[in-house]
Unconditional design. Structure first.
Length: 273
């Protein structure tokens, strides 16, 4: 577990660096970064960029094959957690046998639990207004001491420059340590990357569907399906219109990418022998 603020090592999977990390390490790093932010607040130290964390699924890795911007964003992230079991299995196949899943919705709860104990301030960016109201209510039921410094539900369209500036002011005024961003992949990753100079020292975390899960708007897959890499099937059954393209056309491309990397790795070992 890191307590130095130094991000964990990454394993390359199909050209994307996936962090070899754990819930405990990410929570510790976020606490450390929050402490650093507060220690240097108001000092003459030059402004530092925000940290950002991507909870990365097979969907993101495959999109990165076609979009250099997404690849750059994922690879420059302080942490890109293995959010799905196929990525966990891939990392294990390349030598990190003990790697476990670091799932966005669970990570969000772990960070909220820590924030309630340490006084870290959180901001919620994303979701519909009614979803945010339910999410806040349920988070405070779980963690009564959690300090939710602010929230904002962005419109389902690109923001104007004026709107974006007002939102930046709102977030800065909230003096938040952690911003949870729940506007789906890849919009949330692009938003975090575009705003990394706007919130010095703050930690931004793209948590995808976690807002809807924790607000009770969308059902999560049973634990046994998550552990066995079948969450995609559950989510496809629950939201077929929205997710059919992702799970039937995009994510199946991951298997040959993984297989090709594994074969190249074996070839290098064979030549070295």
């Amino acid at each position: 577990m890191s307590s130095t603020g130094i991000p964990p090592e990454k394993q390359w999977v199909a050209g994307v660096g996936i962090s070899k990390t754990s819930y405990a390490e990410v929570v510790a790093l976020c606490r450390c970064w929050s402490e650093e932010r507060r220690a240097f607040a108001g000092s003459a130290r030059p402004s530092i960029q925000a940290h950002y964390i991507c909870v990365t699924s097979v969907h993101g890795v495959v999109m990165a094959q076609d979009d250099p911007e997404i690849a750059k964003i994922l690879n420059e992230a302080d942490i890109a957690t293995p959010d799905g079991m196929p990525l966990v299995w891939a990392i294990r196949s390349f030598g990190s046998r003990q790697q476990l899943r670091v799932y966005g919705p669970t990570l969000m709860l772990e960070l909220c639990r820590e924030a309630a104990q340490t006084g870290q301030r959180i901001f919620l960016y994303g979701g519909r207004e009614d979803t945010l109201a339910l999410l806040i209510e349920r988070l405070l039921e779980k963690f009564p001491k959690l300090h939710i410094a602010g929230s904002y539900s962005p419109p389902f369209r690109p923001l104007t420059q004026e709107e974006d500036y007002r939102i930046q002011q709102l977030i800065r005024a909230a003096d938040s340590d952690i911003i949870f961003v729940g506007i789906s992949t890849p919009k949330q990753e692009k938003w975090m990357y575009a705003h990394r100079d706007c919130f010095p020292g703050v930690t931004m975390i793209g948590v995808g569907a976690a807002f809807d899960f924790h607000a009770g708007r969308t059902r999560q897959a049973p634990g046994w399906m998550q552990r066995n890499g079948l969450e995609w099937l559950f989510r496809l059954a629950v939201e077929p219109v929205r997710l059919w393209r992702r799970y039937l056309l995009i994510t199946p491309r991951f298997l040959p990418l993984w297989a090709m990397q594994k074969l190249r790795s074996r070839d290098r070992i064979g030549r070295g022998a």
